[in-house]
Design a protein around this ligand. Structure first.
Ligand code: AMP
Length: 306
């Protein structure tokens, strides 16, 4: 089944208690492309980069089977740049710099070969661009999943709410859920957000796993207890990529299958945090992914004797 991904492709600069990077490649779209590619066949990316972006990295994406016809390389202008800092508590981070650069006036062009899109993943970027992608597809995809962040809530709240009303699944973290809904309590926040339109809401809670809310029920996927989390950047995007990749592979949008998709996403995210940037998720083997999924299953299933 055909999967289309839109999202930022970026340069990141990251500081954690374990060290810091120079400019490395990141971006929501990048993480989603890598992680979804372990499940979905030939995901197709819609994104924009500047003339400073290395062609060798685009080749890394294509070598994972990602179709890059929809990745615009601008002759003028620089790639989106984001810099963030984590303190001792790696669950919360501070954004130091956001330079939109070519993302600021991104006009997403959907190649003809993308029009067979069955599954659409709207990774983090402007809610206006996310909506344009939905509107420029001639047929509504079977499932639209959207991720976003506080940055867009701060500067484009109304546009964001409009786009949220058009999607099936929204994934955000717990702080963003509170900001979006104005409710600190996660259950009250979820109720309010589900009233904005999405049928499913996944609230990511970093090292405390992820919760899915819907009219059909709730589901909790744990995060793998890790001795050291090296760099959480991109974990949320990697989760979303694993989630939509698994749905696309199985072509099943039932609530039960979404539970498995959450475990697939959590497993991929647990690799992501083991190294800086995308390094750990660029070349995973099937064997290690299956073993990690097995660990998640063992972690969360048991027989209870009444
Ligand atoms: P996550 O840790 O999953 O929230 O994602 C981190 C990634 O999001 C980084 O690689 C950044 O390049 C990217 N990012 C940060 N801010 C934005 C933004 N405002 N719009 C789009 N992508 C962003």
């Amino acid at each position: 089944m055909s999967l289309v991904i839109v999202g930022s492709v970026a340069f990141d600069k990251i500081e954690t208690p374990y060290g810091q990077t120079d400019k490395i490649i990141g971006g929501a779209g990048t993480y989603i492309c890598f992680s979804s590619s372990y499940f979905a066949k030939n995901p197709k990316v819609v994104a924009v980069v500047g003339n400073d972006f290395p062609q060798t990295f685009i080749e890394k994406l294509t070598s994972r089977g990602v179709e890059t016809t929809g990745l615009q390389v601008k002759k003028e202008g620089k790639t989106f740049f984001w810099s963030g800092k984590y303190h001792e508590n790696m669950n919360s981070r501070e954004t130091l710099v956001t330079e939109l650069n070519v993302l600021g006036d991104f006009d997403p062009i959907i190649p003809e070969s993308y029009q067979d899109c069955t599954y659409l993943m709207l990774g983090n970027l402007s809610p206006v661009v996310q909506r344009q992608v939905i509107e420029r597809l001639t047929k509504r995809p079977k499932l639209i999943v959207m991720d976003t962040m506080n940055f867009w809530m701060d500067i484009m709240f109304d546009e964001l709410v409009k786009t949220i009303s058009m999607v099936d699944v929204l994934t955000i973290n717990d702080e963003e859920a509170a900001q979006l809904s104005g409710e600190k309590n996660i259950v009250k926040a979820a109720k309010k957000i589900l009233n904005m339109g999405p049928k499913y809401l996944i609230i990511k809670k970093g090292e405390h796993g992820a919760l899915m809310f819907s009219k059909e029920g709730q589901f909790y996927a744990p995060a793998l207890p890790l001795e050291s989390v090296f760099d959480p950047t991109g974990a949320g995007d990697t989760f979303a990529g694993g989630f939509i990749g698994y749905i696309a592979k199985t072509d099943d949008i039932s609530f039960d299958n979404m539970k498995s998709a959450m475990i697939a996403g959590s497993a991929l995210a647990s690799f992501c945090v083991e190294k800086f940037g995308t390094e750990r998720i660029e070349n995973l083997s099937d064997t290690e992914i299956k073993a990690r999924i097995r660990t998640f299953i063992d972690l969360s299933t048991f027989e209870f004797k009444f």
